[in-house]
Design a protein around this ligand. Structure first.
Ligand code: SAM
Length: 330
């Protein structure tokens, strides 16, 4: 039987489809969730690619920036994931981006490049021989809320035991959807008391800009369906006076800690201000304040460090619940 030859017009259509596929795989990961949904309905090929991007997005909110994937889990409604820009470290003015590829088939090794560059800046300190087990001259835990780690001015490597908060999120976590609170961060394995969980990263703002944004976020939140993640951290002198204020906004750009919900009983995480030798700015890190079981939600008290003009209804369900989320004016 004679072999059936493809018609020229079919061949041409095949070439177009392959070209479309290649371009789409490069471009579509740059779209946000609404744009991706709109593109998905245009034709079968794009629908197929958009679906694989969506699957990749909900399988890892950290998009390869952390040592372990952090999936979204939703058994309550149709939202597969929350769209935001990921930053594994504090973002300063020049780091700010409008777009970031998320969900492409290419792997992302950006986190490891960043850490290597950071440690490679060593200019010397006394702790070149620290090994973590026998302690480190740079280590100086002043209080439960302030810790010191090796940093850019130390000779030690990323393996140093006094850099526990610098390797990214290395406990298994997942982001679980709740009908009333929206997304929340949960343990996906048992976490021991005192273990490092994650850093709170986002855009570092001036106090003036933080106040301006908070006003806007409060307006948006009063219309419902908007959740902001602007955290104000104050470091206090022994006299009780605030001596340092950091405004970290993870609403648009942050890491998985932007999903940590509030609990009026203080939750199971404690916040620690970590200073690293040679680093200009301190970082805010979360540690387990008690043993945490697999599937338990991770929470902390937004307390006084949250700046809001109006309190939203609180659903923490703790016996101590005040009924509204903490705010500076409530
Ligand atoms: C930092 S975000 C936490 C992640 C958020 N649930 C989401 O879906 O993106 C803070 C927002 O989460 C919600 N939230 C946090 N804790 C809550 C609680 N205990 N009860 C009700 N809503 C809460 C509020 O909308 C709050 O503005």
């Amino acid at each position: 039987m004679a072999e059936k030859r493809p018609r020229p017009e079919d061949q041409e259509a095949g070439v177009h489809e392959r070209a479309l596929f290649q371009c789409a795989d490069l471009i579509l990961p740059w779209l946000d969730s609404a744009e991706l949904a709109a593109t998905s309905s245009t034709c079968k090929t794009l629908n197929h690619i958009c679906r694989s991007i969506t699957a990749s997005r909900f399988s890892d909110a950290a998009r390869g920036f952390e040592p372990l994937p952090i999936p979204f889990v939703n058994a309550v409604d149709h939202h597969p994931y929350a769209y935001f820009l990921y930053t594994p470290a504090q973002a300063h003015g020049s780091d700010l981006r409008d777009r970031q590829a998320w969900g492409s088939t290419r792997t992302d090794s950006a986190r490891h490049e960043r850490l290597d560059a950071w440690v490679g800046d060593a200019c010397g300190c006394e702790c070149e021989r620290c090994d973590g087990d026998s302690g480190c001259p740079c280590s100086d835990l002043d209080s439960a809320e302030l810790a010191r780690e090796c940093g850019p001015s130390c000779w030690c490597s990323v393996e140093c035991g006094n850099r526990v908060t610098q390797g990214g999120v290395s406990v298994r976590l997942k982001i679980v959807r709740d009908r009333r609170k929206g997304w929340g961060l949960c343990a996906d394995e048992r976490i021991g008391r005192g273990q490092f969980v994650c850093e709170y990263t986002g855009e570092l703002l001036t106090t003036e800009e933080a106040r301006r944004r908070q006003q806007r976020y409060d307006q948006l939140a009063s219309g419902g369906r908007f959740s902001c993640a602007l955290l104000v951290v104050r470091e206090h002198l022994p006299s009780g006076k605030a001596c340092m204020r950091m405004n970290i906004d993870a609403t648009v750009m942050g890491n998985v800690s932007r999903f940590i919900n509030h609990s009026c009983d203080g939750g199971n995480l404690s916040t620690v201000i970590v200073r690293s030798s040679g680093a200009l700015l301190p970082r805010l890190c979360f540690f387990a304040s008690r043993d945490i079981q697999k599937d338990e939600e991770l929470t902390f008290s937004y307390g006084e460090i949250r700046l809001r003009s109006k309190g939203l209804q609180c659903f923490c369900d703790s016996p101590d619940c005040f009924g509204i989320l903490p705010s500076e004016n409530t």
